[in-house]
Design a protein around this ligand. Sequence first.
Ligand SMILES: Nc1ncnc2c1ncn2[C@@H]1O[C@H](COP(=O)(O)OP(=O)(O)OP(=O)(O)O)[C@@H](O)[C@H]1O
Length: 615
Amino acid sequence: MAQDATGARRAGIRRTRWKAPIAVLAGDMWRTDRRNTLVLGLLIALGSVLPATLAVTSGLLAGALLDSGSRSGLDRRTVVVALLLGVVFLLLQTVGPVAQAVAESLGRRLDRSVSQRTMAALGGPADLARVEHPETVGLAAAVDGPLGGGTVRDAVIGTVGIGIARGGAVCGALVLFAYRWWLAVLLLAAYGYAMVVVSRMYQAALESAEGAPAMMRRAMYLKDTLCTPAAAKDVRTFGLADWLLGRYTAEWRSAIARARRDRTGVGRVSLLSGCAVLAVQGLAFLVLARDMANGDLSIGRFTAFAVASTGLLGLSIVTPDLLNIAVGGTMLTSLAELEERTGRPAEHTGDAPARFRTAIVFDGVGFRYPGSDTWVLRDLHMTIPAGTSLAVVGVNGAGKTTLAKLLCGLHRPTEGRILVDGVDMRDIRPDLWARHCAALFQDWIRWSLPLRDNVVLGAPGHPVTPQALERTARSAGLLGLVTELPDGWSTVLSREFGGVDLSGGQWQRVGLARALWALSAGAETLLLDEPSAALDVRGETELYDQLLDAAAGKTVVLISHRFSTVRHADRIVVLDGGAIAEQGGHAALMATNGLYARMFRVQAERFTAGAETQR
Ligand SMILES: Nc1ncnc2c1ncn2[C@@H]1O[C@H](COP(=O)(O)OP(=O)(O)OP(=O)(O)O)[C@@H](O)[C@H]1O
């Protein structure tokens, strides 16, 4: 159980069911590639039988040679046995490497299938809350493998060594059984005991090594930070290299120190159990020698049984293969749990079509993030008529992005309802509603892919034509950039992959183009969270004119701290402390002289002061 608990504990997951790692591995191997799993099983079985066959044929040859000792030349039986021994030798040399090669190929397939399944699970139908849940994140980390490395392929390869050693030991015991059953049982018990003790110790050490997960994770985080190009700027600006290196070394040392202490324990126990096993093995030899001396056992039979008894050693062998199997089993168990967690859509998911013709209504909506006691939004009542624009303003942390996520259906209200044309959003099929919402959040993905992909991924599957691309680029103010880029639309937006790096403002236009592409593919609502934060003031004004043109007739929800942008919205909602403090048009809110008017004036004064200073 310790084996499997390791990865789970590292990932902070309490696991209730336990399955032997080898069983998990074998099941997944079979499901992934039946033919190769069968071939591998047969090769391992053959490899297991060979040592016992070697013992028997060696005994037969020794007997035959002694029998023919008095005669001149070798008789036919001796020649046949010698040839048989040769074949066994040959097979012993080849079966292992062939099985390794099959395991390599099978392991590679399994690795690929694990990656595909992980991607499918994390991109699956589960709602955002479940994907973002710490347990899901922990499971995904456990599927990624231990911090010290290790893949499912290593585990599959490990089955060859361990399988042949363990199978060989059982076959050796069977041969010995024919001589003295109690000796076979005694040796099986001794070697089996050694296997259990050493494996337990080994796994306990592994657990304690990984039982320092926080330290290990922090150490790896610091290393990754220092080594990523994205961090190079900060590392140099603040002179962080020495600090990072020192901190990394300290964290790593303290995490490793514990593992090293426990490994010393493993060594001691291994030595003790090894001595005990050697004593039993010695006893076996003594019994064999005594029987031979008494004339109860021929030299041939002595040879066969003595060699067979040493084969039982394979039962107690503890190699890194065992560890790899444990790690691989844990990764696959974590993957199965990840699939179980993320494979289900959110509860109460309906299948109504997404139709939005009249209005979206927030009816007493309240929201707490899963696992949190704090209400981010409470008692929200508002209506967004179709085809109008709504701006949401408020201080940092007021809940604007959260409101946008609710609107996109990424989270469900904790209380209250969001009605779309009178239908509770819970009853609408989430993927259909997602297609209805063209959203650009603050942390949208900047794909290290060609510019074209960065735009058209706003609506995968929507037909791409040069005219449509150009229209979108014009609306997003991107046309100039397309002509400047070395390969136009095909330019990869990352120097890491042989392309170019864009400025923050250029990226922002790419993001807008992606949202506009989704709009042109049929989305009815355009949701923009701080779309102009990285744009200069002139660029922002131009962009808004173009955006509003492109979004004519659609519903636009805009989150922004820039009041010059916000003021043009049909309606403005001011969020404060998770509640709607004010709502209405710009002129009406200014006339009210409340929170909105104060925020607007502060920004306007700063802007005027800035402009005057520049004059
Ligand atoms: N995934 C999350 N899990 C838990 N709490 C969260 C999560 N995302 C945001 N919060 C919390 O919800 C509150 C509102 O966050 P939100 O991002 O909606 O604010 P915002 O008004 O958009 O802020 P900003 O103007 O800084 O972008 C904050 O207190 C934040 O810490």
